[in-house]
Ligand binder design. Structure first.
Ligand SMILES: *Cc1c(COP(=O)(O)O)cnc(C)c1O
Length: 397
């Protein structure tokens, strides 16, 4: 089928929920993807910070092939090996003691919301339910996660929202303090706001939140759906600040492209859930967990975080800052590891389209923030290529 017919069918048969670029991606290898006309692109979107190991990493592919031949799905009324092994691996490599598996970021956040309310009521025996979240946050599109997401543009026309959320400015401890009351049970925050424009908090913010939560017996829930699994130069972003949460939502990079989400918690917080209190039919299925194990093992065994993310993140940030010096319309460059934002003083849509014509996939969030989140296996050369393309595009502005 020719590309224009494919796109026509896409528009005819799919709901109109995304602004899609006019290309059909058909295959990928490493940081490169190919469209239906055989054109090649360097992928700095990586499925929105998801394809951490690039496209079709051989180790993930083999793990999936093997598992698909053995067992793809069983009910959670039974145990299955990949789920147990993946939970163990996540616990071994994080602050956590226990894992609940689901299928997406929004679902991991939903699990966190339910856990926080139930923890207060069933474990602490306090009838509290309010969760403090941050303006500009993004936690997903389901009704609970949507209410947690403190951005009006996502709420409008979907009201009434799930009650029980209070919004405060990001990175503003006194605002969080002022919002705590006798109904508060948790604080939910992204360690670095991703969709909201790549905002890194000041170094004292998360430690101070930890302290505040301890003082009031609140759960500190980190939404690491975007920042987790090496994206920011640590396996989990909380490590940058030496802060341990009570619960952490994971998804995007967790399965290198397979749909899987997880809520990781301390043993204390995990007491909130008992048989019947939460669940998911597909959550923790053997196939998704096999991809998860292969991804995590590859990240750790190949030392990808220290060898690539930390070093290349700094290199990339430097290159983008050099462009900022040259082009005054670049307002700001910020980020950590391979999650980087470049804020322009105009809408970034045209830049995204121009980069596409140059053979580079990049993203733009909040209208004016170009967002770069390449696979963690990206190379220096590939980063240079993007920087050169960006410069060619900027020159024409
Ligand atoms: C993408 C994202 C989500 C939602 O994940 P889905 O898998 O799309 O439901 C939640 N939180 C953060 C921080 C995200 O970046």
């Amino acid at each position: 089928m020719i590309t224009s017919d494919l796109i026509a069918d896409s528009q005819k048969y799919l709901m109109n929920t995304y602004t899609r670029q006019p290309l059909v991606l058909v295959k990928g290898r490493g940081a490169v993807v190919y469209d239906s006309d055989g054109r090649e692109y360097l992928d700095f979107v990586a499925g929105v910070a998801t394809n951490n190991l690039g496209h079709c990493h051989p180790r993930v592919v083999v793990a999936l092939q093997k598992q698909a031949q053995r067992l793809m799905h069983v009910s959670n009324h039974y145990h299955n090996e990949p789920q147990i092994a993946f939970a163990k691996a996540l616990v071994t490599n994080s602050f956590g003691d226990k894992v609940f598996f689901c299928n997406s970021g929004a679902e991991a956040v939903e699990a966190a919301i339910k856990l926080a309310r139930r923890y207060s009521r069933e474990v602490l025996r306090k009838d509290r339910y309010e969760i403090i979240t941050m303006l500009g946050s993004f936690h997903g599109r389901t009704m609970g996660a949507l209410a947690a997401t403190a951005q009006e543009k996502f709420h409008t026309t979907f009201e009434p929202l799930t009650p029980g959320f209070r919004y405060v400015p990001f990175n503003d401890l006194s605002a969080v303090k002022a919002a705590v009351n006798e109904r508060t049970c948790a604080v939910l925050v992204e360690p670095i706001q991703g969709e909201g424009g790549v905002y890194v908090p000041s170094d004292d913010f998360l430690p101070a939140l930890r302290k505040l939560c301890d003082e009031h017996q609140l759960l500190l829930i980190l939404d690491e759906v975007q920042t987790g699994l090496g994206r920011t130069g640590k396996l989990f972003a909380y490590e940058h600040w030496g802060v341990k949460p009570d619960a952490m939502a994971l998804a995007k990079g967790l399965g290198s492209g397979m749909a899987i989400g997880a809520l990781v918690t301390t043993a204390a917080a995990a007491q909130a859930f008992t048989p019947g209190s939460h669940g998911s039919t597909f959550g923790g299925n053997p196939l998704a967990c096999a991809a998860g194990i292969a991804s995590l093992e590859t990240i750790l065994e190949d030392n990808i975080i220290v060898h690539s993310v930390e070093r290349l993140g700094n290199y990339f940030l430097q290159g983008l800052n050099d462009l900022k010096q040259k082009y005054p319309f670049v307002r700001d460059v910020r980020g950590k590891g391979l999650l980087i934002g470049m804020e322009l003083d105009f809408a970034g849509k045209e830049i995204v389209a121009a980069c596409l014509r140059e053979g580079f996939l990049i993203n733009c969030t909040m209208d004016t923030v170009l967002r770069f989140m390449p696979p963690l296996i990206i190379s220096d050369v590939e980063i240079d290529q993007l920087l050169e393309a960006l410069e060619r595009v900027f020159k024409k502005q």
